[in-house]
Design a protein. Structure first.
Length: 53
């Protein structure tokens, strides 16, 4: 998604999942946390995807 100009942020409660995501997508920003408790304004969230390796 970064290749088409999108800002990518990944949030997950599981630190191991975030570590894996950082390895396969180093150009994106990832953080351990909860999307439902995120302080980001809701209009910024355009989608939610779940990937299974």
């Amino acid at each position: 998604m970064r290749s088409v100009g999108a800002d990518v942020t990944g949030i997950d409660l599981v630190p191991d999942f975030i570590a894996h995501a950082r390895q396969v997508g180093p150009e994106a920003y990832f953080q351990v946390g909860s999307l439902s408790r995120s302080s980001a304004p809701r209009p910024r969230w355009r989608g939610c995807w779940r990937g299974v390796p």
